[in-house]
Write a protein of this length. Structure first.
Length: 167
């Protein structure tokens, strides 16, 4: 008895290759090394981003300062999860169809969405631990506007990015 199934094209090799490539890729959101250097500080944006995200006690110009945790990356990634998950699923579907480039485009989209969400956390500022009165006084003395954490100069905000890379 015949099954009625007709094979029109065998694209198993391209599907397997696409899946192999997809499984060997990561989407990373954060502050890449090429965006990390600062002219005004020996501490890089990546280091400052980490210290601000986790909280820390550091010495700045001979003064000990305690930074409360302001996990902007984690919050942004969590906020964007429904949208990024949809793109990651689309990447897997494209890989199953043997469409490697389409899968990569979906990974890029997921990275862009998560990056923008993390930047949005800083831009809004309303969910981050507020600045201390001492910091606000220092900002006013330096002529820096606003009271949003991590937003005075925009260095960390502008350094947030994503990469799609091979593992």
């Amino acid at each position: 008895m015949k099954s009625g199934l007709t094979i029109r094209a065998d694209n198993a090799a391209s599907v397997l290759e696409s899946l192999r490539q997809l499984s060997g890729m990561d989407v990373l959101v954060g502050i890449p090394a090429d965006n990390a250097a600062r002219e005004d500080s020996p501490i890089s944006n990546a280091e400052l981003g980490y210290l601000h995200s986790t909280g820390a006690t550091v010495e700045i110009d001979g003064v000990t300062v305690t930074l409360p945790p302001r996990p902007f990356l984690e919050m942004g990634i969590e906020d964007s999860k429904p949208r990024t998950t949809a793109h990651l699923k689309s990447a897997a579907t494209a890989a199953l169809e043997g469409k490697t480039e389409a899968a990569r485009v979906q990974l890029e989209s997921a990275g862009q969405i998560a990056r923008d969400a993390a930047k949005g956390i800083i831009g809004a500022g309303d969910r981050l631990h507020p600045l201390s009165e001492k910091t606000l006084e220092r900002r006013r003395a330096e002529g820096l506007p606003g009271d949003k954490p991590l937003y005075a100069h925009g260095y960390i905000l502008r350094s947030i990015n994503y990469v799609v890379r091979e593992k």
